[in-house]
Design a protein around this ligand. Structure first.
Ligand SMILES: Nc1ncnc2c1ncn2[C@@H]1O[C@H](COP(=O)(O)OP(=O)(O)O)[C@@H](O)[C@H]1O
Ligand SMILES: [Mg+2]
Length: 271
């Protein structure tokens, strides 16, 4: 729960009095032009970035602990409250091998307490088969993302923030990321993804928050927000407007329903 969050650099505001409630189980896309304040907001929510004013409150876990401000929590608790995968995931990788990074994450998560998984098991779920001896710099973009995600997830954070994670990912890796994000939301975590990738948003997000010059200028269900904007509308929506379809999958299932006859479930408005 963020209230009145402002981030200024040398007196120039990059985020202006943003209020935002994030909910467990919900995937939120954070959109907006370069420089609109997305990264600054994410780092302020996570607690290690600067916050000039305002409040941030996170309920750390379902263990009865009182909500707290990740900026002032003990590091181990903060890791369980909010995880952030930065725009350049390798910024968080500083050891000599994948194995060392995973072991380090497990040590930190052991401090973080129960509920934490092992980082290796998480990595194998995200990107199976990476040799532990590999130097992190030799991983593909998708593998680096998976490694940093595994490190963050090993603390089982309630809120997971991803800063432009689809950069450098091919279609297959994006589809995998969509599956992972869906799983995290299914576990009751709040997920926020800063991205310019409208096709990814159409497939992955429940909700879209749009920033412009530090302000939140739109916030609502994905369909309402991205179809309302010619800049954000995915190709499928542009081609089929005014029909209410965002993704090829939605069109396919509507056509399947048509094929099974007008009395089939879900026919009617969509058909
Ligand atoms: N460390 C910093 N020092 C000074 N200005 C910054 C810093 N980080 C970001 N800014 C400025 O803050 C504004 C918002 O940037 P940012 O949060 O990175 O936006 P986005 O992630 O949407 O591209 C931009 O004008 C940017 O130049
Ligand atoms: Mg950014």
């Amino acid at each position: 729960k963020a209230r009145g969050v402002t981030v200024s650099y040398q007196g120039v505001p990059a985020v202006r009095e943003v209020g935002l409630d994030l909910h467990g189980g919900q995937v939120t896309a954070l959109m907006g032009r370069n420089g609109s304040g997305k990264s600054s907001l994410l780092w302020a929510l996570q607690g290690s970035g600067p916050r000039t004013s305002g409040t941030v409150e996170v309920t750390p876990a379902a263990d009865g602990k009182a909500p707290g401000d990740p900026h002032t929590m003990a590091p181990a608790l903060a890791r369980r409250a909010v995880g952030l995968v930065p725009q350049t995931p390798s910024d968080l990788l500083y050891l000599e091998s994948v194995r060392q990074e995973l072991a380090q994450a497990d040590r930190e998560s052991a401090v973080a307490g129960p509920g934490a998984g092992t980082a290796r098991a998480l990595l194998d779920r995200l990107a199976p088969g990476i040799d532990g001896a590999t130097h992190p710099r030799d991983l593909s973009e998708g593998q680096k993302l998976a490694l940093v995600l595994a490190i963050q997830l090993s603390a089982a954070p309630r809120v997971l923030l991803l800063d432009e994670p689809t950069r450098g990912l091919d279609y297959r890796a994006k589809t995998e990321l969509i599956r992972i994000v869906g799983t995290l939301a299914g576990e009751g975590r709040a997920v926020v993804i800063a991205t310019h990738d409208v096709e990814f948003v159409a497939r992955a997000a429940d909700r879209v928050v749009v920033m412009a010059q530090g302000d939140v200028v739109a916030d609502g269900p994905t369909r309402d927000v991205i179809v309302a904007s010619p800049v954000f509308a995915p190709q499928t929506a542009k081609i089929l407007a005014p029909l209410p379809f965002l993704t090829v999958d939605q069109v396919t299932s509507a056509l399947d329903r048509l094929a099974t006859g007008p009395a089939g479930p879900g026919s009617g408005a969509d058909a």
